[in-house]
Design a protein. Sequence first.
Length: 179
Amino acid sequence: MSDELSDSRIGEGVHRVEYALNSLASLELCWNIYVDWNNWPKFHPAYGKLSWTKGIPWERGSTLSIEITQPIHINVEHIILKFVPMQRIAWIDHSGFVTVEQWVNFAPIPEGGTRVATWADIVGPPTIKDMLTLPLFKQFTKKWYNEFVSYCDGLAISARENSGAGDGDRTRDQRLGKP
């Protein structure tokens, strides 16, 4: 997988979309940002309300109700299938229009950073509210994950700058010009 969003037809009416990209941020940072759904509106403007309506967040069978306000207004029920901390999450999305099974995998990069990879199988009509389903999903996925990684990268860079990484043995006060 690359930074290009690929898709393939895996059966009649079923499409798979795959996307992967690298973050400068650690696995721990990426994971913690991802699993705290309250962060999502901070980096992606498409959300109205996000609330867990069934079960304990991220446990198998729990449901996250999501209001997406753009590019179209749609309500989605995100039902958790799998949750392996610091590794992967899977869910089924029901929107009344389409059903999506999506998996997201997180892997540390040996040189530093995190590989974030997702794939989704999409079943449903060719259009949703007069928009083509597959391009709509691909656009949303690419934008969401690009913004997620950019947000994580920004936090990682800020943390490095605040810790004085690369300043050798100087203390924080010395870096700030204090005696």
